[in-house]
Ligand binder design. Sequence first.
Ligand code: SF4
Ligand code: MG
Length: 320
Amino acid sequence: MTLLEIENLSKTYPGAHGTTVKAVSEVSLSVEAGEVLGIVGESGCGKSTLGRALLRLIEPSGGDIRFEGKSIAGLSRRQLKPFRRDMQIIFQDPFGALNPRHKVGAIISEPLKVHKIGNTASRAARIAELLALVGLPEGSAERYPHEFSGGQRQRIAIARALALEPKLLVADEAVSALDVSIQSQIINLIAELQEKLALSIIFISHDLSVIRHVSDRIAVMYLGRIVEIGPSEDVMETPAHPYTQALLSAIPRPNVPRAERVVLKGELPDPANPPLGCAFHTRCPSAMPHCTTERPALVARKIAACAKPATTACHLYEVA
Ligand code: SF4
Ligand code: MG
């Protein structure tokens, strides 16, 4: 069953000197119930904006969002409220996301209060349940966020996000601020919770090595657009888009000889002034003359190196 579908979602911002920044351009994708979709790309590629826009935490500039088949793109704040229960987000900085003056119990149960769920006793029971779920001792409810480590604070943020039993969780760079050893603990926790609760998760990260283990599918973003999307093994083992190949080259893979690695040259172009044609052409080692003028469509293509068709936006794979 498809839980979330977004169609041609865009988000533009006014930039400097009257320019328009297209943070997200005409992104279409869907998330199945119980599926983990990883979204990867460099900082500034629009993935966080996409995560917030699809939850309507920021207003999209265009496109549609359907949750369980119902369009939520045009709903008012009040009309959105029932959907808010089903869609939650966790952020990179667990400390900034937790009110330092509130005890952990109050923080975790806040969504229950906002949605007027239960009474004091049932909320206390739910707090205990949530603390156990994320692997924190029961006494944590009476303590303050500053008494916890970064990893524990992210557990608190996860407990709060799960309080309303959401169907969809967006994890935006949820482990990026943590030490590598703690990162894997939190990734494992999210993976366990996903399975236990049959959650759908959109796992956003700049780091492919972070999302590869948890994601069923991976979408690769570059300058506001998806350039490749597919099952994780396909994207990781036979990446089609030169940008995906470059991202993968940055992480060690035992089966790929060093010589075949694609090195990304140059900086990410200014999103206020993205290159014409294929936006990746300024950094692409395989760029052809028409790449500078014609934008490749994101379509499923038969690719020699891949067993299955790959969904990618690249002129390299167009049949002449
Ligand atoms: Fe490179 Fe051209 Fe493909 Fe863009 S369309 S990724 S520039 S080969
Ligand atoms: Mg971000």
